[in-house]
Design a protein around this ligand. Structure first.
Ligand SMILES: NC(=O)c1ccc[n+]([C@@H]2O[C@H](COP(=O)([O-])OP(=O)(O)OC[C@H]3O[C@@H](n4cnc5c(N)ncnc54)[C@H](OP(=O)(O)O)[C@@H]3O)[C@@H](O)[C@H]2O)c1
Length: 278
């Protein structure tokens, strides 16, 4: 069933840039009420100033459990319901898989996975109390990645968080189906945003991930346009660049071939970096 976006109550984490910001603009144009969260609150403030009505903002670090609970409580208190929660906040890391220490691994898991699961754990009891609106009590949308289906060299820890998000989404979907809470995982390919620059700055390493060089990158606006459709008409998985679904399905079906492709990619990265890994 298609849901009406006008007046829909949507919470978006990581709305201060990239995909989250673009989705905010998309949904706002279509009449949704938005509750936006991120750490860079100055960015959220200027987005709110620009968009005007139907926008609330909150500083929230999704790596902090209490911030996630506070976000959901504040959004529910403001709107009286949450039709869609978009767990989009995320960060990247460029690092050899075998050199990723526990503290670094934990940091990225805390943002990408626990930031998702803490928001969802807070939101589900609220959604359960809601009346059904156009066929659903609510929707949980988790922004994972195409890398969820195939780990990328030098992005092993990041890929692991995205894969964990996907599997978490798959389990949730089946658990919540009878309660009319839909679960959608989103799987973008390389997307133009601040993501890679920030990942490289944190990691102190540069990397050219697949697609970027071949011009396969999408804009955040294009990804947001397709995500907005999946908010209106919830589906299991949302692949903003559909051929990536076919590609990753083939990589899963033929793991030896997948390893060969990834090895070629690793060798190219090594050559560009003038030697081995980081
Ligand atoms: N860009 C890509 O190539 C690509 C590809 C596949 C999947 N994705 C996924 O898409 C999502 C959005 O990324 P993007 O491309 O739009 O990158 P981006 O421009 O860097 O945006 C990331 C957003 O997440 C927020 N964020 C990061 N850490 C946070 C924390 N601890 N607490 C709260 N918010 C936090 C950032 O806000 P603050 O820093 O202000 O908190 C920012 O708003 C991520 O989950 C990413 O994994 C991206």
């Amino acid at each position: 069933m298609k849901r009406t976006l006008t007046d829909m109550a949507v919470v978006i984490t990581g709305a201060s840039s990239g995909i989250g910001e673009a989705l905010t603009r998309q949904l706002h144009r279509q009449g949704a009420r938005l509750f936006l969260a991120a750490r860079r609150v100055d960015r959220l403030e200027s987005l709110k100033r620009e968009l005007g009505s139907r926008v609330e903002i909150l500083r929230c670090d999704v790596a902090i459990e209490a911030d996630c609970q506070h976000l959901i409580d504040a959004a529910y208190a403001t709107f009286g319901r949450i039709d869609t929660l978009v767990c989009n906040a995320g960060s990247g890391l460029v690092r050899d898989a075998a050199k990723t220490d526990r503290a670094t691994f934990r940091q990225i898991m805390e943002v990408n996975l626990f930031g998702t699961s803490d928001c969802i754990r807070a939101a589900v009891p609220r959604m359960r109390e809601q009346t059904i609106r156009e066929g659903l009590r609510g929707q949980l949308m988790i922004v994972s990645s195409a890398a969820a289906r195939r780990g990328l060299p030098y992005l092993g820890a990041y890929s692991a968080t995205k894969s964990a998000q996907l599997q978490y989404a798959e389990a949730l979907r089946v658990e919540l189906v009878d309660e009319k809470i839909a679960v959608t995982s989103v799987h973008p390919i390389g997307t133009r945003s601040e993501f890679m620059q920030r990942a490289e700055a944190t990691s102190g390493e540069k990397i050219d991930v697949p697609g970027r060089r071949g011009g396969l990158e999408q804009t955040s606006e294009r990804v947001a346009e397709i995500m907005a459709r999946a908010v209106a008409r919830p589906r299991r998985e949302c692949w903003p660049f559909l051929p990536a679904w076919w590609g990753t399905s083939l990589l899963t079906a033929f793991p030896a071939w997948a390893d060969w492709m990834m090895l070629r990619m690793r060798r190219r990265i090594d050559a560009e970096r003038g030697g081995g890994g980081s």
